[in-house]
Ligand binder design. Structure first.
Ligand SMILES: NC(=O)c1ccc[n+]([C@@H]2O[C@H](COP(=O)([O-])OP(=O)(O)OC[C@H]3O[C@@H](n4cnc5c(N)ncnc54)[C@H](OP(=O)(O)O)[C@@H]3O)[C@@H](O)[C@H]2O)c1
Length: 309
């Protein structure tokens, strides 16, 4: 099948992608919207006229960012809500407070390369919980609100980091293998992409589709565990506005109506690869595999069920 291509590319900004798109009357949630590319994703979506809820851990910072977004876009329907993805009570509380339809969910929040093995209170590895499982619980909880729209989209911010590890089903939680910050990030980001595949397979019939993306290399707080520095050469780095472009494309482009289960980078669908390329472009075949996606879905449901018991 031909890859999906657009008029946008590496240097496009989120504002350029959103130009001319009118989402007045639509409702959007962006997780992790008080920092980095989440801010610019929320800002460009605000420019389309949509109501934007910023789901953030630090509500005080969230309000400052929301005020700035209102000041720069003129959109005063920017809301801030508390969400800690590692705390399933917090996810539950966010979901139960949500009323009415939801048109676009942007799973943007994330952590990268936590140096030492950290576990949630349930004993789950922290990058897997933050990047995948918390978002999985969130999307499950918001399913009916998304289905109420009839043509809702989930945008999953993954990473080229997924090329460093598949989901290792026999030891997702690092109970046996030696913890490695990069492979744990890779596993969690592969899980993000598999979620987009699994959600589309299950929920397209409800009018919900999900796509995943790599935003590129952007200097943000994400690099806090890597000495605050990006390893990528300057000419291959993006600004936060450029980093938000592919997220905004997947959230808004008419080209993607009803399309899900794909992985994009630089605003175009990425090629599938069967080994890690030296330029870290492309999507690993294991991350788009429906069998893996179904297996991860079942494992994730089991983990949430275990915790509920
Ligand atoms: N920057 C890059 O080069 C790059 C490359 C590939 C992929 N990505 C992906 O892009 C996404 C956005 O990252 P960014 O670069 O914009 O980094 P960032 O500035 O660190 O933003 C990440 C956001 O996630 C939030 N977050 C972290 N843990 C959370 C939790 N437990 N519950 C709720 N929110 C939580 C952070 O909240 P706090 O502010 O409270 O910490 C922050 O707002 C991530 O998914 C990341 O993996 C980024």
């Amino acid at each position: 099948m031909d890859l999906i291509t657009t008029e946008f590319g590496f240097s496009s900004t989120a504002d350029e992608v959103a130009k001319g798109i009118d989402l007045t009357g639509k409702r959007v949630i962006v997780t992790g919207a008080a920092s980095g590319i989440g801010i610019e994703t929320a800002r460009s979506l605000a420019r389309t006229g949509a109501e934007v809820t910023m789901a953030v851990r630090n509500v005080e910072v969230g309000h400052k960012v929301a005020d700035d977004i209102t000041a720069t876009t003129g959109n005063d329907r920017i809301y801030v809500a508390s969400l800690d993805l590692t705390d399933l009570d917090s996810v539950h509380s966010f979901v139960t407070k949500w009323t009415g339809p939801l048109h676009i969910l942007v799973n943007n929040a994330g952590v990268m390369a936590i140096p030492e093995l950290q576990r949630s209170p349930q004993g789950w590895e922290m990058q897997f919980v933050t990047n995948h499982l918390g978002h999985f619980a969130l999307a499950l909880g918001l399913h009916d609100a998304l289905a109420a729209d009839g043509a809702a989209r989930i945008v999953v911010v993954a990473s080229s980091g997924h090329l460093f590890s598949p989901v290792v089903f026999d030891d997702i939680q690092y109970n046996f293998r030696t913890y490695d910050p990069r492979s744990a990030y890779g596993q969690s980001k592969t899980a993000d992409i598999l979620f987009a595949v699994g959600a589309t397979a299950r929920w397209a019939k409800d009018g919900i589709t999900a796509n995943a993306l790599n935003p590129g290399a952007i200097a943000t707080n994400l690099q806090r565990h890597n000495g605050g520095k990006l390893a990528t050469p300057p000419e291959l780095q993006k600004t936060p506005q450029q980093g938000a472009a592919t997220s905004v494309l997947l959230a808004t482009s008419p080209l993607l109506e009803g399309i899900g289960g794909h992985y994009f980078e630089n605003c175009n669908e990425a090629m599938t690869v069967t080994s890690r390329p030296s330029n870290y472009e492309g999507v690993a075949a294991y991350a788009l595999d429906l069998e893996n996606a179904n297996r991860l879905w079942d494992v994730s449901v089991d983990l949430l069920d275990q915790r509920a018991r």
